[in-house]
Design a protein. Sequence first.
Length: 387
Amino acid sequence: MVDIKTIVVLGAGLMGNGIAQVAIMAGYNVVMVDVKQEFIDKGMASINKGVNRLEEKGLLTAAEVLGRIKTSLDLASAVKDADMVIEAVVERMDVKKQVCKTTMDNGPSHIIYASNTSTMDITEIGEDCGAPERVSGMHFFNPVPLMRCIEVIRGDKTSDETFQITMDVAKSLPCLRGERYIAPVLKSRPGFIVNRLNAPLGIYGHYIRDLAYEKGIPWEQLDADYAILKAPMLPCVLSDYVGIDTSYYGALYYVEKLSPDFKPGKVITMMFNEKKLGRKTGQGFYDWSEGRPTPDTSIKAGLVDFDIIAAIRMNEGCRLLEEGVVKSYNVIDEANMAGMNTPGPFERGKDRYKELIKKLEEFVALTGKTYLTPCEMFKTGKFLEMA
Ligand SMILES: NC(=O)c1ccc[n+]([C@@H]2O[C@H](COP(=O)([O-])OP(=O)(O)OC[C@H]3O[C@@H](n4cnc5c(N)ncnc54)[C@H](O)[C@@H]3O)[C@@H](O)[C@H]2O)c1
């Protein structure tokens, strides 16, 4: 088995600099590569800040840790002495395929390429690189030093050795908020585990927002329905924060990959067309011109049914089991907790799954969103054997 000592982190952006930081903290030699010096400088500033803060807390010696990182603007030369590339460049298939090929063309014959793509197919990323058996996925959550989950993804051609090494490297990377949870993703399917589990909530979200709009219910009242969850941000605030365009394109991705039922709703489409994209444009569901809005949640819309939400997530988790993406529902629950800081659906839902199925069937009959029809694994209760 290859001993990983030197890692090229490709991309110095939000994810790349976080990955580089935890890699040097783990003791690896790192070369962080980007296309422009200004991106490298910004990434390095963030790493310096993070590492220095940890030194102030007495957790490490900054000079020693920072001594393990170098930077480069040239991938081809950076990979020559590397054992692994962790790639966090823009989410574009053509760019990812190209840098994967550059890695394999210029790196040593044992080099492994792991992509931090949030959506793209690992098999496709590696298909033209000449060594698809050395390509895998390593999906981190943002912010990398703080979120415990890393999903390690197996493409169709990924070798056992590559998968094992990727798992081992993932396990070795420190997390500042407790122990890392490494979720093995046995097939490269859209959204992997955590994002896929939660993706069909978009179908429900579009439905409920369109309904509130038709009824003339203000967004803060709809958000008030969710206040009970005590999440760091209410859903409409969060959508604005992330960007309405991100929700819109995210929905289109699942339309292409999974079902037309993921189609963006009327409200999101209207906001997208009118460029009311949330925080970045100053207006979305809320006005952001004075900073982050704090909606008055004293009056509830009374539209949201949490049983339907629980049922949708459980059904999608069962699909992941059915498709062979994951072997156990505990992995799904644990990955969700480690990646999103919220409980997965099985722990709470498994004892009342028949009731949830009934709710979901009623919702499908009402809306015609047949993608949400309970799958066999859910309906038959067979998932209970896959703890
Ligand atoms: N932002 C998130 O929350 C998140 C979470 C999980 C995964 N991801 C994935 O991580 C990847 C990076 O996302 P990000 O949010 O860090 O983006 P980002 O825009 O902050 O950073 C991307 C960086 O890649 C650089 N880059 C582009 N082409 C390059 C090339 N050919 N060679 C070297 N560098 C190149 C850019 O200059 C930029 O600095 C994407 O695939 C994204 O889907 C993002």
